[in-house]
Design a protein around this ligand. Structure first.
Ligand code: 5GP
Ligand code: ZN
Length: 113
């Protein structure tokens, strides 16, 4: 198991878990791009959004709902925040385990790519 996010999900890398349930976990990004920068990941290894089958699409809703909850607990819900899923090389995905970035705590640029 050489996937870093699988290792975090398995509790093999000391990481503060901010939210967890049977399907997803959330923790802080090691290299934050804003005052609040969390990662929401499925426990199960799915390499990217492109690998998610149609029957599994409810997982994204589940991740977004965890993000919504975390945005409230991190105090960024009212001002606003950004959820990002990078997919594949050209999408800027570096860690090949599906994840959602929750970024907030400052006014973000309008630039997306
Ligand atoms: P990507 O570019 O794949 O969408 O984002 C991967 C994110 O994972 C990056 O923002 C990077 O800082 C973060 N990251 C990479 N390795 C680790 C790690 O070991 N622990 C944590 N907490 N974040 C990581
Ligand atoms: Zn993994």
């Amino acid at each position: 198991m050489d996937c870093i996010f699988c290792q975090i999900a398995a509790g093999r890398v000391p990481t503060e878990i901010l939210y967890q349930d049977e399907e997803v976990i959330a923790f802080r990004d090691i290299n934050p791009q804003a005052p609040v920068h969390l990662l929401i990941i499925p426990r199960r290894h799915i390499p990217s959004l492109a690998h998610l089958s149609e029957g599994e699409s409810s997982l994204i809703g589940h991740m977004a709902s965890a993000a919504n909850r975390l945005a409230k607990s991190e105090g960024v819900s009212e001002k606003g925040y950004r959820l990002t899923v990078n997919c594949g090389e050209w999408g800027g995905q570096l860690v090949p385990h599906l994840h959602m970035h929750l970024i907030g705590g400052r006014k973000l640029s309008g630039k997306l790519g």
